[in-house]
Design a protein around this ligand. Structure first.
Ligand code: GLU
Length: 295
């Protein structure tokens, strides 16, 4: 399989200029290194509104991005995730977790336990304790990975070595839906993705994902976590900031703005590809001042 890069939007809202810029970067990274470029709609969480996914894909195509093969949807192949959860389960690498968010937040922790780590409440329950918890909570448990490390270092093209938390993270939610960290790793491996370009809000998830990839016998991909786009108050850009979607900005202006933010002079994605040099990418967030909506 020719190696691939990808863009993996969640269809929760129309893509804003920051998401579009990340997509352009993912495409530039893949195409400039001779990779295939895949489009994956991450609809495990957002199953209801298929129009949003269609609009997202139309916006990406309008920018001039192309991808190899049809866009795929995670909900189209539940068996892919189930097979991996079964495998982990057979290998004794998952445990049932009955904790609610509140249980986790209020659980006693060892004095030096890493911030944000699962406290281990359900990791070593006896059969009897598990049965009691099941009855108490009255809902099906989530499955968590039984990890052997607490942190892992990954390499990122833009951030260098990054060391982050690997706790006993959820691989299947209590409602049976595969967890984000599992789905990403399974899909990337199944489709030959060896280059992951995405927003740097996900940098902290990459050690968990790299750990799981290795556990399943895959090499961790090359990572490039690109800076987010912020509004002029330094907060993550959002719809309420004004004109931020392609429908509001228009294709030509959006392309010019994205190119300028990358210090490129071209105003088409093909033109940007000719100029693209990952080492010269700006490392700080792009501050975006949208045109305010007309009252
Ligand atoms: N679906 C995720 C998002 O839209 C991205 C996941 C990924 O690139 O690994 O934020």
């Amino acid at each position: 399989m020719t190696p691939a890069g990808r863009f993996a939007p969640s269809p929760s809202a129309d893509l804003h200029i920051g998401n579009l810029r990340t997509a352009v970067l993912a495409w530039l990274f893949a195409r400039s290194t001779g990779r295939r470029f895949l489009m994956r709609v991450e609809d495990l969480d957002d199953r209801t509104d298929t129009d949003i996914a269609e609009r997202q894909l139309a916006d990406l195509a309008a920018l001039g991005l192309d991808w190899d093969g049809p866009a795929t949807r995670q909900t189209a192949h539940p068996e892919r995730y189930a097979a991996v959860v079964d495998e982990l389960s057979r290998r004794g690498l998952v445990f049932e977790c009955f904790c609610s968010r509140k249980d986790i937040a209020s659980a006693p922790r060892a004095p030096h336990a890493p911030q944000g780590a699962y406290p281990g409440t359900c990791r070593d329950l006896t059969d009897a304790e598990r049965a009691a918890r099941r009855q108490q909570t009255g809902r099906p448990p989530a499955l968590r990975l039984r990890t052997e490390v607490t942190e892992l270092t990954v390499h990122d093209v833009l951030h260098g070595d990054f060391t982050g938390l690997v706790d006993d993270f959820v691989v299947r939610r209590g409602d049976g839906v595969p967890a984000y960290n599992l789905a990403v790793v399974v899909d990337d491996a199944a489709t030959g993705v060896d280059q992951v370009v995405r927003g740097d809000d996900l940098l902290s998830s990459s050690p968990r994902q790299a750990y799981l990839a290795r556990l399943l016998g895959h090499q961790a991909p090359q990572y490039a976590h690109v800076p987010l786009v912020l509004n002029d108050e330094g907060a993550r850009l959002a719809k309420r900031d004004g004109a931020v979607t392609l429908a509001e900005i228009g294709v030509d202006t959006a392309l010019r703005q994205i190119a300028a933010s990358l210090d490129h002079t071209a105003d088409t994605v093909e033109g940007m590809l000719a100029e693209f040099d990952p080492q010269r990418l700006p490392r700080s967030p792009w501050i975006y001042r949208p045109a305010r909506p007309q009252p």
